[in-house]
Design a protein around this ligand. Sequence first.
Ligand code: IMP
Length: 178
Amino acid sequence: MSVIRIHDKEFVKTIPAEEIAAQVKRVADNINRDYAGKRPLLLGVLNGCFMFMSDLMKNLELECEVSFVKLSSYQGSETTGTVTEVIGLSESIEGRDVIIVEDIVDTGLTMHKMLEVLAESNPASLAIASLFLKPARLRVSVDVKYSAFEIPDRFIVGYGLDYDGLGRNLPDVYDVKE
Ligand code: IMP
């Protein structure tokens, strides 16, 4: 059993790099099939998506473009609650087939809000490709069209995901040790 320490916590290796590669390839195959004849724009959400985006794109065999955004959350008025701002979207997505590329959908609140914000720009279609999905944690309904892994309600690091800034460089994925 491979155990590592990050800050104050121990993590156990649960998903080896080879298994990640196989699932990312499966997602790419589905996108290749679903978007045949189209030219999707893959829109990565930084920072967590960078490894997933890279490996996903290497497996895409159709014409595609890539761009990245960052999200910032702040507390709006009482009626609006938390507001998510999408920062850095430099190109127009009007009429484009947009695939949001995300590291993990947890409560779903981030993706729910992002879909709402992007829909205002009238893309031809909007879909989510997330490396991980924690179905038990979902608090809003979000259609995650492509997910590489559905995982239980546990905190994970590695392959782009961090614990307080560290662990993104790990090629494998680790679960926090209870
Ligand atoms: P949501 O709005 O709750 O779906 O939040 C999604 C974001 O929370 C992700 O983009 C991650 O930045 C972060 N997150 C949620 N679960 C984990 C985890 O297990 N490991 C690392 N980051 C996580």
